[in-house]
Design a protein around this ligand. Structure first.
Ligand SMILES: C[S@@+](CC[C@H](N)C(=O)[O-])C[C@H]1O[C@@H](n2cnc3c(N)ncnc32)[C@H](O)[C@@H]1O
Length: 288
């Protein structure tokens, strides 16, 4: 019913429905504690120099070829688009986080690029923890089976020599992060949020992610549409992450969101724009 409606309604009507839903959700949000002191300062990252880094580019060429060989379907099926995967690989390579948390494993398209980037510098304690509310490796119900992908996400990572580096968790993002925060569990220096995209979901995930962030850490959002405006030709807008971050910033003005903007390579629909955005600490004392 929902997908039939999606096909019938024009994009503008779909956007209006979503804006209304997320607007209502934001009004009902309760104040939370947003502990921002561990966020990396925004002025410490220069995207253009990361995209232009020749060493990272050379590693990406090799790793991308290896990924294409063992996981040829990855360009076709789901997951974040290939240009965003490349940006993710570059960011990980530049920031070199030892402990990465990914929320939203799905077919593992982003996971393979994160893990391959990490494999160049990871020490014995390094780990990519990837969490999904569904059992993404299940041989019957995993999205990879339905999409005709040859190997499960775990098998793809093993085939790429990154099996030891990755920990798959079946749990909700909020359940997992609350557990780590409350029980003195894992701490992360890079958290990628690509699971629940509703305003309410991302708002709650942000509060928890900040609790388990190591000093100097960053949070990366996917599907962040700055100012709630379309980024791509299809006019589609996902309001949740943007609305959630507006609410977070209402309570923690020193939080800033740095959209990655336009990349140095194509992303989707004939564009080089990306919906990836880094959550960081603003440089100035007045919150910007
Ligand atoms: C857009 S897909 C992630 C794509 C993935 N990053 C990739 O590139 O292959 C979103 C995933 O998040 C999962 N998800 C949705 N809500 C979630 C939640 N609250 N907690 C954990 N996972 C969630 C879904 O089951 C789905 O697999």
């Amino acid at each position: 019913m929902k997908s039939a409606l999606k096909k019938l309604l024009p994009q503008s009507a779909l956007n209006a429905v979503r804006a209304l839903r997320d607007g209502r959700a934001v009004k009902a949000l309760v104040p939370l504690d947003f502990a921002t002191e561990n966020l990396k300062p925004a002025n410490s990252i220069e995207f253009s120099s990361i995209w232009a880094d020749e060493d990272i580019a050379a590693c990406w060429q090799k790793d991308h070829a290896a990924i294409c060989e063992i996981f040829p379907e990855h360009e076709k099926w789901g997951g974040i688009n290939p240009g965003d995967r490349r940006a993710l690989y570059h960011l990980i390579s530049a920031l070199k986080p030892q402990n990465v948390l990914e929320v939203g494993t799905h077919i593992g398209a982003s996971s393979v690029y994160i893990a391959k980037a990490m494999s160049h510098y990871a020490d014995h304690s390094a780990c990519l923890t990837t969490v999904d509310i569904l059992d993404v490796n299940d041989p019957k119900t995993g999205a990879w089976v339905e999409l005709g992908i040859k190997r499960s996400p775990r098998e793809n990572l093993e085939a790429l020599g990154c099996g030891e580096l990755c920990d798959f968790v079946v749990n909700s993002a909020q359940g997992y992060m609350a557990d780590q925060a409350d029980n003195g569990g894992r701490r992360f220096d890079f958290i990628f949020l690509d699971g629940d995209h509703t305003a309410k979901g991302v708002y709650h995930e942000m509060a928890l992610a900040l609790k388990i962030l190591k000093p100097g850490g960053v949070i990366l959002l996917h599907d962040y549409y700055p100012d709630g405006r379309a980024l791509f030709r299809d006019g589609n807008i996902i309001y949740g992450p943007f609305k959630a971050l507006e609410s977070v910033r209402g309570q923690a003005p020193n939080v800033t969101v740095k959209p990655l903007g336009a990349l140095a390579w194509p992303t989707k629909q004939g564009s080089s724009k990306t919906s990836l955005a880094l959550v960081m600490q603003s440089a100035g004392e007045d919150g910007e």
